[in-house]
Design a protein around this ligand. Structure first.
Ligand code: HSE
Length: 321
């Protein structure tokens, strides 16, 4: 059933890779995230009325902004199913409440927000359809398909991408006591460039073997709620060493987090954000403070920090402001 009023959705930030799981592991956090509002329009296609919170960095051209690309993909996917009486277009408002080029899945959040807002106007779609449409936005900015931000943003929780062709996303158990600290130092890493660095690298089989073992152990740890094993598994022999030099102070911040009792620490996606797992609210607050202070001390970088539980709900409709 089509919805006539405007709808507003929230799409959370996501941490991807989680150490050994390049392009196959990701999780959603409670905050930050993007808000997207959509309403039907008599003008065909997608119009982006306004983008807020981006510091003027993003275009309102719907063909060049992921929120517009994903929304258009969702409209197209419905063309064959809802031919009757549907208005020909949508108007969108994107309210970015998270930093760009931060390793927090900013483009994924906007893509999911655009696709979900249109889906809500259309009366709802399946999780797989939502992921497929949002991935079209994500591909436009990263230059390749990777679902480890989009999938947890849609599904919530911690997910594993078992296969890309066909896409198969598995939800993993989330231990109750698991908390995450994310520290975003004020420097930018462009995902497409960070991916090129990885793509150009030749790896040894021993590095792949190391990551295979850690990835299997990480999944096992989540099934057992074994946080010690989870911590030992946050280890990446492939990608983290290649990208660490892109983030000034990363090695020192990681060392500080581990010395302060973090259950594992690594880059979030392509960085520069760094995440650390903890097992209590007090511990996670203290970790974030120590990590942010270390970024300031060793690299002169101010940071924003986010702490909390894993977001098991994922993107969802919210009340109008
Ligand atoms: N898995 C992707 C990467 C995530 O590390 O390039 C990018 O946010």
């Amino acid at each position: 059933m089509l919805t006539s009023e405007s709808v507003r959705v929230f799409a959370p930030a996501t941490l991807s890779n989680l150490g050994p799981g390049f392009d196959v592991l990701g999780l959603a956090v409670e905050q930050p995230g993007d808000y997207v509002t959509a309403e039907w329009s008599d003008t065909p296609g997608v119009e982006i009325v306004e983008v807020r919170g981006d510091g003027g960095q993003l275009t309102t051209d719907p063909a060049r902004n992921v929120v517009g690309i994903a929304a258009a993909a969702m409209l197209r996917s419905y063309d064959s199913r809802v031919p009757e009486h549907r208005p020909p277009g949508v108007r969108l408002w994107l309210d970015k409440r998270m930093p760009l080029a931060s390793g927090l899945g900013s483009s994924a959040a906007s893509s999911v927000g655009g696709a979900l807002a249109v889906a809500e106007l259309l009366g709802g779609v399946t999780q797989d359809e939502l992921i497929a449409c949002a991935l079209q936005g994500e591909r436009a900015v990263s230059g390749s398909i990777h679902a480890d931000n989009v999938a947890p943003c849609v599904a919530g929780g911690i997910v594993l991408i078992r296969s890309y062709n066909p896409l198969e996303v598995l939800s993993l158990p989330v231990p109750d006591e698991l908390r995450v600290a994310v520290v975003h130092p004020h420097t930018a890493v462009v995902t497409a460039e960070a991916r090129r660095l990885v793509a150009e690298r030749r790896f040894e089989i021993a590095q792949a073997v190391a990551n295979l073992g850690q990835l299997g152990a990480l999944v096992t740890a989540l099934h057992r709620s074994d946080l010690k094993l989870l911590g030992r598994s946050i280890s990446d022999a492939l990608v983290e060493p290649v990208r660490a030099p892109l983030v000034p102070g990363f090695s020192e911040v990681k060392q500080t987090a581990l010395e302060a009792g973090a259950i594992g620490c690594s880059l979030s996606g392509s960085g520069p954000s760094v995440f650390a797992f903890a097992q209590s609210d007090d511990q996670v607050e203290a970790l974030a403070d120590r990590m942010a202070t270390r970024f300031q001390d060793v690299a002169g970088l101010e940071s924003d920090s986010y702490v909390g539980k894993i977001n098991v709900r994922g993107a969802h409709r919210v009340a109008e402001e």
